[in-house]
Design a protein around this ligand. Structure first.
Ligand code: MN
Length: 285
C-alpha cells in the first residue's frame, strides 16, 4: 500500500493517478500525551492505520495526485540517520577533482560511522528546499530511505528488513563547507521525504531499485541500490548496534555519483522504481 500525507495533515492511499482520502483512519492514533513515547505515533500504529484505511477506501474522496500538496509521509521521526559515501563511485568522485572535498578528507563508512540530521530539517515535496546560504555550494543527493516500523535494538542483518515499515524517496541536501557534516545537512528543509510511504511488502527487495535525479529536466544522478556499499539490512544492523531505532526513524542510505549544485529557481525531480516521483522546487530562504 502507498500512504501519503497532504494538505492540512490529511492522509491518503495512492491508487494509480489518484489519492483517496482516508484521514478518518487517524482515529486509531492516540492523542498527544506527555511525555510522548519515542517514535512517530502514526508509524507505531501503522498496521492498524492501514487496516482502517482499507475499510475507508471504497467511500473515500478521490483527488488527482497533482491536486494536493504533499508533505513528509513521516511527521515525527526521533532520528534521521545518514550514511556517508555509501556508493563506490560517489566515494571516488568525493575523493577526486570534481569539487566535492568533504573538507579534503573522505573517510569510508566503516571508519567514520553514521551521522544524524536534525529532525527539524524534514519537509515534504510541496514545501520545497529553501537555501539559507545561496552564496555557498548547495548539493542535491537522491537517496533510498528506509522507514523503521518497530523498535530495533542490536538487530542482526539477517533479520533487519523485518524492522522496515516501508520506503520513500529522500533528498539529503548539503551545504558544502568546513563545518561538521551533520551541521551542514541539518538546515531547515534539507531533508525532503516523499512523495509518500510505500509499504515494504510492495517494494520487495530494496537492494535492486533504479534511482535517478534530474535538475531542470537534466539527468544528474542515475544508479541502482545494488551498488550500495552497506545495503539496507547492514545499515540497520550498524545503526542499531549503537542506538535503538524507533518507529518512524529514517535511514537515509546514501547517494550515488553525480552529486551537484542547485540554485534558487531550480526544479528537482527524483525517482526510485516503485516509490513514485518526488518533485521539489528550490528557492532562497
Ligand atoms: Mn547523503
Amino acid at each position: 500500500m502507498k500512504l501519503g500525507r497532504f494538505g492540512q495533515d490529511r492522509i491518503g492511499v495512492i491508487e494509480g493517478a489518484d489519492v483517496i482520502d482516508v484521514s478518518a483512519a487517524l482515529d486509531v492514533v492516540p492523542p498527544l500525551a506527555w511525555p510522548s513515547p519515542s517514535g512517530d505515533a502514526l508509524v507505531t500504529r501503522l498496521d492498524e492505520v492501514l487496516a482502517a484505511a482499507r475499510r475507508l477506501l471504497p467511500a473515500g474522496h478521490r483527488q488527482g495526485l497533482d491536486d494536493v500538496r504533499w508533505r513528509s509521509p513521516v511527521a515525527n521521526p526521533s532520528k534521521i540517520v545518514g550514511a556517508p559515501v555509501n556508493y563506490q563511485k560517489h566515494l571516488a568522485e568525493s575523493r577526486g577533482d570534481r569539487g566535492i572535498h568533504h573538507g579534503g578528507d573522505v573517510k569510508t563508512i566503516d571508519v567514520c560511522g553514521l551521522f544524524l540530521k536534525a529532525t527539524s530539517s524534514l519537509v515534504g515535496a510541496a514545501e520545497g528546499v529553501a537555501l539559507r546560504f545561496p552564496e555557498r555550494r548547495n548539493d542535491h543527493e537522491v537517496e533510498l530511505v528506509a522507514v523503521i516500523g518497530k523498535a530495533a535494538d542490536r538487530v542482526p542483518r539477517a533479520r533487519a528488513l523485518d524492522y522496515v515499515a516501508g520506503y520513500a524517496i529522500g533528498l539529503d541536501m548539503t551545504v558544502r563547507g568546513t563545518e561538521d557534516r551533520s551541521f551542514r545537512k541539518s538546515v531547515d528543509s534539507y531533508t525532503v521525504l516523499g512523495p509518500w510511504l510505500t509499504t515494504a511488502d510492495e517494494v520487495g527487495d530494496p537492494g535492486n531499485l533504479d534511482l535517478q535525479l534530474y535538475v531542470n529536466e537534466q539527468l544528474r544522478q542515475e544508479s541502482n541500490t545494488r551498488y550500495l556499499i552497506y545495503d539496507v539490512a547492514r545499515l540497520i544492523e550498524y545503526a542499531s548496534s549503537f542506538y535503538t531505532l524507533y518507529p518512524g526513524d529514517l535511514i537515509m542510505t546514501g547517494t550515488p555519483e553525480g552529486v551537484g549544485p542547485v540554485q534558487p529557481g531550480d526544479r528537482i525531480v527524483a525517482r526510485i522504481a516503485g516509490l513514485g516521483e518526488l518533485r521539489v522546487e528550490v528557492r532562497s530562504a
